[in-house]
Design a protein around this ligand. Structure first.
Ligand code: CP
Length: 320
């Protein structure tokens, strides 16, 4: 996978997964995003870095945050953006993914941003597209959501400055979460002190500790002395059997409440990739409270996606 993402000089050309990427590459993304942060605050929110480039958003699965922040990121870099409406596209007439890609390639596009319910879809497109085209994975099945993980790392660095001393917990449906997988890879690569996962046994992948995390099955143990709390929602759309008694029972045991938040450090930040389910994994008073950085994550998504688009498009693939 790593070879596919990097060109012959070892530079990022596609962005499909965090797995196999070096600390230097992740840090370059974070530093580049930092330099783009101010653009969204300017009266004219545009720079000409990707003028003349054409970016295609291909979202085969629903999205609010990822699709819109990719669109905004591309337009702030002055690229031309096409967001294909899959529901009204020829996909509904039986056109294959590969044929859709071939037809869009014929329109001389430069980048595909792809969200798909099937794990590996982004990898498949990157393998089958023209070498000059970059592919960004905007979430594939249960596999990976690497741009989300990078905006989460950016937000952690913004508030905590240094990854090294941090204790971070990811809490919730780890089993079905592509975000959690990408976050664990990024946190390990960036070298945090401790990564915890907190979930009922039914919502943990088997052998999860092999990912380099400590496992906790109660909030009372898992929240103790944390610097960063990352909540993830129950991904009901990916559950094929009843893994929980009820949402009310889940909230009672694993919901983040004001009382439980006190177990973490007083300056702990509360994160969530969204969409949030109030009263299921997180109390409203926490989601909207002073320790929540959930909307800051969304804002940071623009600068981080600008960085990933710029870095990948400046590095060509096989043709280099
Ligand atoms: N975090 C995230 O991927 O949200 P969307 O599904 O709204 O894009």
């Amino acid at each position: 996978m790593n070879n596919l993402q990097l060109n012959k000089e070892g530079k990022l050309h596609h962005f499909i997964t965090i797995e196999g990427l070096s600390k230097e590459i992740l840090t370059e993304i974070l530093d580049t995003a930092e330099s783009f942060l101010g653009i969204s605050e300017q009266p004219v929110k545009k720079v000409p870095l990707l003028r003349g480039k054409t970016i295609v958003n291909l979202f085969f699965e629903n999205s609010t945050r990822t699709r819109t922040t990719f669109e905004l990121a591309a337009s702030r870099l002055s690229a031309d953006v096409l967001s294909i409406n899959i529901a009204t596209s020829a996909t509904s007439k039986g056109e294959s993914l590969l044929d859709t890609i071939r037809n869009l390639e014929a329109m001389h596009v430069d980048m595909f941003v792809v969200r798909h319910a099937i794990s590996g879809a982004g990898h498949f497109i990157a393998q089958n597209t023209a070498p000059h085209i970059s592919v960004i994975n905007a979430g594939d099945g249960q596999h990976a959501h690497p741009t989300q993980a990078m905006l989460d790392m950016f937000t952690i660095r913004q508030y905590k400055h240094d990854f090294k001393p941090l204790k971070v917990a990811i809490i919730g449906d780890i089993l079905h979460s592509r975000v959690a997988r990408s976050q664990i890879q990024a946190l390990n690569t960036l070298g945090v002190k401790e990564i915890r996962v907190v979930a009922p046994k039914t919502l943990l992948p088997s052998h999860v500790e092999q990912l380099g995390v400590k496992v906790f099955n109660t909030m009372e143990e898992g929240l103790d002395d944390l610097d960063v709390i990352i909540m993830v929602r129950l991904q009901k759309e990916r559950m094929t059997s009843a893994l929980l008694p009820s949402e009310q029972e889940y909230f009672k045991c694993f919901g983040l409440t004001e009382e439980r938040l006190k177990l973490a450090k007083p300056d702990a930040i509360v994160m969530h990739p969204g969409p949030i389910n109030r009263g299921v994994e997180i109390a409203s008073s926490i989601a909207d409270g002073p320790q929540s950085v959930i909307l800051q994550q969304v804002s940071n998504g623009i600068a981080v996606r600008m960085a990933i688009m710029t870095l990948t498009l400046q590095n060509k693939g096989d043709s280099v």
